[in-house]
Design a protein around this ligand. Structure first.
Ligand code: HEC
Length: 182
């Protein structure tokens, strides 16, 4: 009788306990993976090295109208990705910013996010001014930061690939069906 009770109640309980232990180990391991290179979740989602830099700029010394345009920039250019992407991108020239902002504008149209011509012009104005101050006038500092971001990004890509490979190895292997000689 005691044995029966063990099989019907005890054994499932032991299995459940083991399963909980195993999954909690997995979660812990995942957390450690992230901690090792100490990246925030938004950094882990980075698609470009420039996503990893600061998402804001110190604008207190900028002219009043540019400070106003900065607000428009932050509002529009952090909807789909971090504002760090344009802020730390290597683009400087007005022609480049016109091209990129126009490209983003088309993407916004597709998603029915409105951006009027006047706001677009002001955002370009901010980007051109800010590029001059931070990227041209302080070129050396900016280039050094670019190097750091590129290095961090290549580390991140390696970690991400390792993580994905480990997760894939954990999946049950599917048998490939025989389809004959083709
Ligand atoms: C509707 C979503 C959306 C909005 C809003 C948006 N972007 Fe983007 N942006 C994207 C996507 C998607 C990519 C990556 C694919 C690409 O480059 O086309 C991207 C990439 C970029 C890049 C990197 C391009 C490269 O190839 O180096 C820059 C710079 C950029 N965006 C600037 C901006 C600026 C400035 C704004 C604000 C005017 C903005 N984005 C608003 C979706 C958006």
């Amino acid at each position: 009788m005691n044995r029966q009770i063990f099989f019907f109640i005890g054994a499932p309980l032991v299995c459940l306990g083991l399963l909980t232990l195993l999954t909690s180990c997995d979660i812990k391991k995942g957390r450690e993976e992230v901690k090792k290179i100490s990246l925030t979740p938004s950094q882990l989602a980075a698609r470009f090295p420039y996503d990893l830099g600061p998402a804001t700029v110190e604008i207190s010394a900028y002219p009043e109208n540019i400070q106003q345009s900065y607000k428009l920039f932050l509002a529009a250019c952090s909807i789909c990705h971090t504002s760090a992407r344009p802020l730390n991108a290597p683009y400087i020239k007005a022609a480049d910013w016109k091209r990129f902002v126009h490209r983003m504008h088309l993407k916004m149209d597709q998603r029915e996010i409105s951006l009027d011509k006047e706001t677009e012009k002001k955002i370009i104005e901010f980007l051109v001014y800010d590029s001059k101050v931070r990227k041209m006038d302080k070129k050396q500092e900016f280039d050094q930061n670019q190097e750091k971001l590129n290095l961090l990004f290549s580390e991140l890509v390696k970690e991400r690939e390792k993580f994905i490979q480990e997760e894939t190895e954990k999946l049950p292997k599917k048998e490939t069906p025989y389809v004959g000689v083709q």
